[in-house]
Every structure is written in structure tokens, then in C-alpha cells.
Design a protein around this ligand. Structure first.
Ligand code: SRM
Ligand code: SF4
Length: 584
């Protein structure tokens, strides 16, 4: 549920104080160029130095090293094995077969993990690209019409769009808005083209190049935008700063309800940080979409906290200045007034697997990809599956496109009747389609965490498959075999696996230790509440066993687990003020 509108007396619109160092480095970066070009030539180190370490993020890359071998290299007095992770920009998650074949080959030839990793924000990542291959990577992407501009850093990130292949007309319109929003809010600097694609520097006066929306210092913090088509909240609106909820009449889009200020991250032990649901600002006609988006972004740009990065996201700005004040400023800047929200309902999240037929007569096959990891691997949890080969073979013959979902899965979309059988066979032969996958596994998700994420405190992706094995056994024992609980694991409280919108959310605290949160709902409109702290893996299982036994015995008809734990008083519902999240 959305929190009540807050009115703050004498709001502090701009936080005074010593600005965070990221503000200096953005200001000195010459519109995101820094000295990345020079740094790229420096082969004394596999990493990027000083400010470039941060600046490459705005070009879609993070410097990483393999944490499994970090200590060993340290012992041998070697520099960490620096490499970059790349995150592509893919508005609405749509990628065509030619593009797929190009990224498939790059992953084989130039990444140390050999995988394509689908993310919780409808795009893919390469992990383990060495410095000498970075430019080639961008040029490869560019050759097939892809880029990685602004998928990280203090900018508007990859714009999400509900992966709804069935209602093709509405989806097409929503997807077009996601693409327009992505382009409209993209940095206008030519830094990416100059550094990675060797394009000439076009001499401009500073005034020409000023970023009209993002500003010369870009945003105070990352910013996330979605277009969502009810009743499926598959993109989890409450994880995002700005959401356009599609309102349609007769299958045609007429406008959007606008939800502002969601976000999930917090820091253990810092009560000034908290997950927060987005507020509903009201309805706008679709023609006003870009003006409203620009206004929300510029209000956050001007009022967001540039002193403390932990309180810099839109959700904190709303709570500091008051939702009414923020909304009024958006209306003023856009020259648009919100009208009363149109009614809509989110009934579910997650993806529906298998074949569906769209209203245009085309067929769409949603594949469950555990953890979004597309790999051919001997890894035990892969059981000899050749997901990467399977996807390559499908891409070679597929005439439609692929749609990445915000739940790390993939849709083979737009398949003609005549091609269905061969695509299904390829999917089955390579482990991409398996009728035996349980509802519980399909409802489970984890972030990347170890070995690549530098911020991981506990395992997530590598823990999930066996955790789900155990949870499946527990559910069966408690007569809940075909039921499922939305179960999400994140390796730290940043919340990349969206555990803070799960019915059971496990948030990494330390090696093998998790804080356990309970009580989101099927529609993803409720933040769960802390149930137990610092639980080890055995403890997690015994808690799930006890809780699911109660759920099985005491639930009302079809009552979902998250609703049950609140009704039964096992945890309280977080309702009014998210600022009090840690206290109740
Ligand atoms: Fe995330 C940082 C992975 C979705 C909140 N996230 C990271 C980094 C880049 C670690 C770092 O800063 O060095 C992780 C890289 C791991 C790796 O090795 O790949 C990382 N985040 C991911 C992905 C790949 C998780 C996944 O398993 O799919 C998701 C990529 C999304 C994308 O394609 O753009 C991902 N991250 C999210 C989400 C979920 C969402 O947006 O739906 C969240 C919570 C929502 C939110 O923003 O509130 C999220 N990631 C964070 C944060 C906390 C931000 C904050 O508000 O404080 C960080 C850390 C930071 O920014 O300082 C972070
Ligand atoms: Fe890394 Fe934490 Fe995000 Fe997981 S939640 S990917 S551990 S930053």
C-alpha cells in the first residue's frame, strides 16, 4: 500500500553542508569524460584509477574482481584480478535475435565467466571483461544497435516495461513510452561515443552541451523509471522512483497514473535508511508523459540530498519536503495538473510460464531461467543444462524478438504457429523448458552477490537453488506441495533481488547469516517487516518449516502466505510512515 501524503511544515528544500565527494567528481568530469580515455591506455593496472573508477558507471560498467580468489591473490602480493561488469541499456527488455547472437559470442570469447546474466531490471550483464577488451565490447554492442549508456551512476537507469506479450497493442504502446522515456532522460553528453566508439569530439560551447534535464552535476543518486500495465506488477513499482501505470480504455492507452518515490535499499544499523513504497500523484494524459517525467527528475535533481548519499534518493526527498510540496513543484514545472487517479488493480507479480497466444495470433514462450544466469555449465546446480547453447540455437532461427522480464526470466516472443514445435524442442533439449520446475522455484529470486558483487555480505545466487530444494521439501511435508511463497534473497541490504517486496525476504547480514523479513503481498504493494535477525541457514529452514506449517493449518481459503503472517500477528503491517520502519 502507498503511504499517506505527508505535509511537512517549513520543508528544507535543499540540504546544506559539505557535498558528497561524488558531486566533486561529477563536476570535474567534463560531462562524464574524466580521464577514462587515458586510463584505458594504462596497462600497468587492470583497473581504473581515481575518479574514473566511479565515472565508468555512467557508461554502464562497474569495476570488480573475483572475491573467491581475492585473498589468495593478496597472499601472493598480486593486484586483485580487476575486470569490469557491463550492464546494457535495454528499455522494456526487448532484444532481437541478431543482437542476442552478438552478445552470446562476446560472452564466450571475452568474459571470464562465459555467462549472460539477466537482471532484475530487464537487461543483461557481462561479468569479467578485462581492460584490453572493454572498447571492443562497446563496439560490438554498437554494431548491433545496443549500448550501455546510463545503466549505472547518478542518472536515470534502464526504463522497465511490463512484459505483457498477450495484449500486443497496449504492450506496444507502453513499450514505446518506455523507449521514449529512456531517450528523453538519457545524458546528452557525447562522452560515451567519444570514449568507446572513437567518435570525434564535436567542439561545442559549454552552453550547447549543458544537460537540459539532468544538469551539469547529474542527479544526486541513481533514479529508476518504469511503465507498468496492470494487473501485473511484474516490474515492482515500489522499487522505483518514477512509475507510469498504464490506464487503458478498450485496449488503447489513454494515460498514466504516476507513482513517485519507491525504493528498497537500507543500511544495516542506520535507521535513517528504509525501504519505501511510492506515492500515487494522480492521473495524466499520455501526451503529458515526457513533461511530467522531466519535471519529477528535475525536482529530484534540485532538491535531492547531495550531502549524504545514503539519503539522496527521491524517497527521502519526498519525506523531507513533503509529498504535497514535491507534487506541487512537479505540476508547476510541467505545466500540468494531476487529475484524480484512475482506478486499477495489481493482482500479481512474477511471470506466467509456458506458451500463450497473443491477440495478434502470435505465440509467446516464457522460459524460467534460475537466477537469470544463462550459461552452459558443469556447475552442480546446472545439472548439465546448456542454456546458453539453447538460446543461441533458438536465436539462429527465431523470427520474432526476445523479452527479458524484471524477474530474470526470458520470453521468446512473436513465434508463428509453424515455428512453435522446433523452438519448444530446442528449449526442452537444452534445459530451458522443464515441466518439473515447481511453483516455489518459479516464485523465488536472488541477486548476484558472490563472487562478483563487491558489496555482498552473504551468498544469494549461489545459495538459492539448494535453499529452494529444501523449501520444496518443507512445503510438501506441510501439505503445500503446489503452493508457493514469494521468496527472495539479497546478499546485502541494498536489495537488488527485491527481498524487501517478498513474502519471505532474506537479507544478507554476514557469511551464512540473514535477516528474515515477512509479509509482502502478491501484488507487491506492501513492504515486509523484520521477523528475525542474524538467522543462519539451518535457522532459515526451521523458521520456514514452522511458519509454513502454521500457514497450512490456519490459513483462510486461498490466503497467501504474506497475508497470513500479518493476519496471524506474526509480524505487523508497515502502514503509515516508512520513517518508522525500524521502530514499530
Ligand atoms: Fe543493484 C549496487 C546488482 C537491481 C539496489 N547492484 C549493485 C552492484 C552494482 C554492486 C556495486 O555497487 O558495486 C551489484 C552488482 C552485482 C554484480 O556482480 O552483478 C548490483 N542490482 C544488481 C542486479 C544485477 C541484481 C540481479 O541479481 O539482477 C540488478 C541490476 C539491475 C539493472 O539491470 O539495472 C540490480 N539494485 C537492483 C534493485 C532492484 C530493482 O531496481 O528493481 C535495487 C533495489 C531498488 C532500489 O534501487 O531501491 C538495487 N544496487 C542497489 C543499491 C542500493 C541503492 C540505494 O538506494 O542505496 C546498490 C548500492 C549503491 O547504489 O550504492 C546496488
Ligand atoms: Fe550485491 Fe547487495 Fe545488490 Fe546483492 S543486494 S547484488 S549483494 S549490492
Amino acid at each position: 500500500m502507498s503511504n499517506n501524503f505527508t505535509k511537512v511544515e517549513n520543508p528544507v528544500l535543499v540540504v546544506e553542508g559539505k557535498q558528497a565527494d561524488n558531486e566533486r567528481l561529477k563536476a570535474e568530469s567534463d560531462y562524464l569524460r574524466g580521464t577514462i580515455k587515458e586510463d584505458l591506455q594504462d596497462r600497468m593496472t587492470g583497473g581504473f584509477t581515481s575518479d574514473n573508477f566511479q565515472l565508468i558507471r555512467t557508461h554502464g560498467m562497474y569495476q570488480q574482481d573475483d572475491r573467491d580468489i581475492r585473498a589468495e591473490r593478496q597472499k601472493q602480493k598480486l593486484e586483485p584480478l580487476h575486470n569490469v561488469m557491463l550492464r546494457a541499456r535495454l528499455p522494456g527488455g526487448i532484444i532481437n535475435p541478431t543482437q542476442w547472437l552478438a552478445i552470446d559470442k562476446f560472452a564466450d570469447d571475452y568474459t571470464s565467466y562465459g555467462s549472460i546474466r539477466l537482471t532484475t531490471r530487464q537487461t543483461f550483464q557481462f561479468h569479467g571483461v578485462l581492460k584490453p577488451n572493454i572498447k571492443l565490447m562497446h563496439q560490438t554492442l554498437n554494431s548491433v544497435g545496443l549500448d550501455s549508456i546510463a545503466t549505472a551512476g547518478d542518472v536515470n537507469r534502464n526504463v522497465l516495461c511490463t512484459s505483457n506479450p498477450v495484449e500486443s497493442t497496449l504492450h506496444q504502446e507502453a513499450y514505446e513510452w518506455a523507449t521514449k522515456l529512456s531517450e528523453h532522460l538519457l545524458p546528452k553528453t557525447r562522452a560515451y561515443a567519444e570514449i568507446w566508439l572513437d567518435e570525434e569530439k564535436v567542439e561545442t560551447t559549454e552552453a550547447d552541451e549543458i544537460e537540459p534535464i539532468l544538469g551539469s552535476n547529474y542527479l544526486p543518486r541513481k533514479f529508476k523509471t518504469t511503465v507498468v500495465i496492470p494487473p501485473n506488477n511484474d516490474i515492482d513499482v515500489h522499487a522505483n522512483d518514477l512509475n507510469f501505470v498504464a490506464i487503458s480504455e478498450g485496449g488503447k492507452l489513454i494515460g498514466f497514473n504516476v507513482l513517485v518515490g519507491g525504493g528498497l535499499a537500507m543500511t544495516h544499523g542506520d535507521k535513517g535508511t528504509y525501504p519505501r513504497c511510492a506515492d500515487d500523484f494522480g492521473f495524466i494524459a499520455k501526451e503529458d508523459t515526457l513533461a511530467i517525467a522531466a519535471a519529477v527528475v528535475t525536482v529530484q535533481r534540485d532538491w535531492g540530498n547531495r550531502v549524504n548519499r545514503k539519503n539522496a534518493k527521491t524517497k527521502y526527498t519526498l519525506d523531507r519536503v513533503g509529498v504535497d510540496t514535491f507534487k506541487a513543484e512537479v505540476e508547476k514545472r510541467a505545466g500540468v495538473e494531476f487529475s484524480e487517479s484512475r482506478s486499477y488493480e495489481f493482482t500479481h507479480r512474477g511471470d506466467s510460464f509456458g506458451w500463450v497466444e497473443g491477440i495478434d495470433g502470435k505465440h509467446h514462450l516464457t522460459l524460467f531461467i534460475e537466477n537469470g544466469r544463462i550459461l552452459d555449465s558443469e556447475r552442480a546446480d546446472f545439472d548439465g543444462k546448456t542454456l546458453k547453447t539453447g538460446m543461441r540455437e533458438i536465436a539462429k532461427i527465431h523470427q520474432g524478438d526476445f523479452r527479458l522480464t524484471a524477474n530474470q526470466n526470458l520470453i521468446v516472443a512473436g513465434v508463428a504457429e509453424a515455428d512453435k514445435a522446433v523452438i519448444e524442442q530446442l528449449a526442452r533439449d537444452n534445459g530451458l523448458l522443464n515441466d518439473g520446475v515447481s511453483n516455489q522455484r518459479k516464485a523465488s529470486m536472488a541477486c548476484v552477490a558472490f563472487p562478483t558483487c563487491p558489496l555482498a555480505m552473504a551468498e544469494a545466487e549461489r545459495y538459492l537453488p539448494t535453499l529452494v530444494d529444501d523449501v520444496e521439501a518443507i512445503l510438501e511435508k506441510n501439505n503445500l506441495k503446489d503452493e508457493s511463497i514469494i521468496l527472495r534473497v539479497t546478499g546485502c541490504p541494498n536489495g537488488c533481488g527485491r527481498a524487501m517486496l517478498a513474502e519471505i525476504g532474506l537479507v544478507g547480514k554476514g557469511p551464512g547469516k540473514y535477516n528474515m523479513y515477512l509479509g509482502s503481498d502478491l501484488a507487491g504493494s506492501r513492504v515486509p517487516k523484520l521477523y528475525k535477525e542474524n538467522v543462519d541457514e539451518a535457522g532459515v529452514l526451521s523458521e520456514i518449516d514452522a511458519l509454513s506449517a502454521r500457514w497450512s493449518a490456519e490459513r483462510n481459503d486461498n490466503e497467501a502466505f504474506g497475508d497470513f503472517v500479518i493476519r496471524a500477528g506474526i509480524v505487523e503491517q508497515v502502514i503509515v510512515s516508512f520513517k518508522d520502519f525500524h521502530h514499530a
